[in-house]
Design a protein around this ligand. Structure first.
Ligand SMILES: Cc1cc2nc3c(=O)[nH]c(=O)nc-3n(C[C@H](O)[C@H](O)[C@H](O)COP(=O)(O)OP(=O)(O)OC[C@H]3O[C@@H](n4cnc5c(N)ncnc54)[C@H](O)[C@@H]3O)c2cc1C
Length: 309
């Protein structure tokens, strides 16, 4: 119930004005967002790299409705790619199609992303296309497949809570296009299309990871990035990978910035390839609300800050 409410609030412009204009809320958001400026993001990437972690950096902003706003996002991604290279940082980028103009026009969006992937290719960087709400899954996978036919430095995300995901992962493995981050899924989806039960979602996520780590999938070029902070998932997957003799350098665990920092360091010490998703920018509100929805303890922390504790 609380989760549904928070995800619904993530779309509310009134709630957005209230939260983003409120000092204590901004301070709590800073726990999950590297900063509002590119320089703050670059500083955060440097610190994480120094601790042995790789990064994927996200310029926040989604559901853009105007060409100009989408083009400004494209420009920002090109500049952050240039800065990553100039500073010799170990980071790729993550982007959302709705920030690239998907709601303006599909081909406009495709050309925008293609331009970014081409620049990233020249810079030797990887581009991950985040997955958004279920209405965008087909078009996201369609544009991903088109990009993948031309570039090898682009990957997608599959959400374990969707009933369709086993078929999507199987098809992408078969096509040799399975460079995938697997996650539970962060949006509010109905029971007709998505598992609702936490254990069922966890089970699905583990099964999808096993599909990606199977010897035949790896022969077809499948590359797994597991995006989860859930030890009941990544411990099982890590054990399975070791049993299958999978090279630990060939798959990775990804965490979101600011979440379970001690565990991030422990996983690096244990020899895992670890990547942190670092978001930055002014448009942090929907991202922040999804993080609150994932964990009631975060909401309590937020409410205490609001109460001035
Ligand atoms: C790198 C990365 C990229 C992602 N990309 C996408 C995407 O493209 N599309 C999409 O739909 N979803 C994405 N997600 C979000 C994902 O779908 C889940 O909503 C999110 O990861 C929470 O699920 P969990 O697997 O971490 O398990 P949970 O059961 O939610 O968490 C397990 C444990 O992790 C800790 N934890 C989890 N979340 C938080 C939090 N917010 N704050 C503090 N502690 C927490 C808690 O200790 C909790 O007990 C991404 C997640 C990661 C890590």
């Amino acid at each position: 119930m609380l989760r549904h409410t928070l995800i619904a609030l993530s779309h509310s412009s009134r709630a957005q004005r209230f939260v983003t204009g409120f000092g204590p809320a901004r301070r709590v958001a800073r726990r999950f967002v590297a900063g509002e400026t590119r320089q703050e993001a670059l500083d955060a990437i440097r610190k994480l790299n120094d601790m042995g972690m790789l990064v994927t950096v996200d310029f926040l902003g989604e559901h853009v409705e105007e060409r100009g706003a989408a083009l400004a996002n494209v420009q920002e991604y090109q500049e952050v790619l240039a800065d990553i290279t100039a500073n010799a940082l170990k980071s790729g980028i993550s982007l959302k199609l709705s920030a690239m103009g998907l709601h303006v026009d599909k081909e406009f969006c495709y050309e925008n992303v293609r331009q970014i992937v081409a620049v990233a290719k020249r810079e030797g960087r990887f581009v991950r296309i985040d997955m958004e709400e279920s209405a965008l899954v087909d078009v996201t996978l369609e544009l991903y497949r088109r990009l993948r036919a031309e570039f090898d430095n682009v990957g997608a995300v599959i959400q374990a809570y969707l009933h369709r995901s086993r078929d999507d992962v199987a098809a992408l493995i078969e096509e040799g296009a399975a460079d995938l981050r697997l996650v539970k899924g962060a949006y509010d989806e109905p029971a007709e299309i998505a598992w609702q039960d936490r254990d069922a979602i966890r089970h699905e996520l583990i099964e999808l990871c096993k599909m990606m780590l199977a010897a035949d999938a790896r022969r077809r070029g499948a590359r797994l990035a597991l995006g989860s902070h859930d030890d009941a998932v990544y411990n099982v997957v890590a054990r399975y990978a070791a049993q299958q003799g999978v090279d630990p350098a060939s798959w990775e665990i990804q965490f979101l910035y600011g979440i379970r920092r001690d565990e991030q360091r422990r996983l690096v010490r244990a020899g895992h390839r670890m990547r942190i998703y670092v978001p930055y920018g002014h448009s942090w509100y929907p991202y922040f609300m999804r993080r609150l929805a994932e964990r009631p303890a975060n909401l309590l922390f937020f409410l205490r800050a609001l109460a001035g504790e």
